[in-house]
Design a binder for this molecule. Sequence first.
Ligand code: ATP
Ligand code: MG
Length: 201
Amino acid sequence: MRRIGIIGGTFNPIHNGHILLAIYCKEKLSLDRVIFIPTCTPPHKSDKDLVSEAHRLNMCNIAVREYEDFSVSDIEIQRKGKSYTYETLTSLKEIYPDDILYFITGADMFLSLDKWKNPEIIFEKAVIAAVPRNSSDYEQLNAYYQTTLKKLGAQADILDEPVLQVSSTFIRENICKYELIENMIDRNVYEYIVKNNLYRK
Ligand code: ATP
Ligand code: MG
């Protein structure tokens, strides 16, 4: 029985916060491996700044290549249409019936989980790991878990330290100012963005 972490996201683009999130959860939750799953069309986002699935998938593959226990799955992109986590976890549980799945979320994602489609199915298939995005998030995460998610059957591990304060939005907005983002993004991912002229306004 292995312990497999799953991180879903738009990864538009993938940044060091995502990688550190995986490293931190792998260590704290003794995960054997972590799978990054870029969404197809996310149900909650408009398409405005979203680059193609192929680009987002390529950038994820570039960012994880030096980490032996990390991989990228195109399961949501292959499925097409809106990506619902309950469907993804149902498929993964069929592929890995004997393993424990940990669905890893940053604070913002975690705090909306009760509004996702079929949350009970999500909670039946996976343990939820939540990681603060700011140092003030922890209390709120815990309160929300106790008052809301537990009633829906969720089992959650709430970790108490933020990893790195960065978002893809910040990277997209500052793509022309490399000195601002250089510690937040993999150098090869940055070069891919420049080469393909992504996120230029
Ligand atoms: P955007 O600004 O476009 O929303 P993002 O940085 O939030 O991008 P997503 O692809 O939306 O990245 O996030 C994927 C998952 O990673 C989510 O669960 C999100 O909460 C989490 N996450 C992203 N950045 C961080 C971070 N710096 N610390 C902790 N969790 C993070
Ligand atoms: Mg986000």
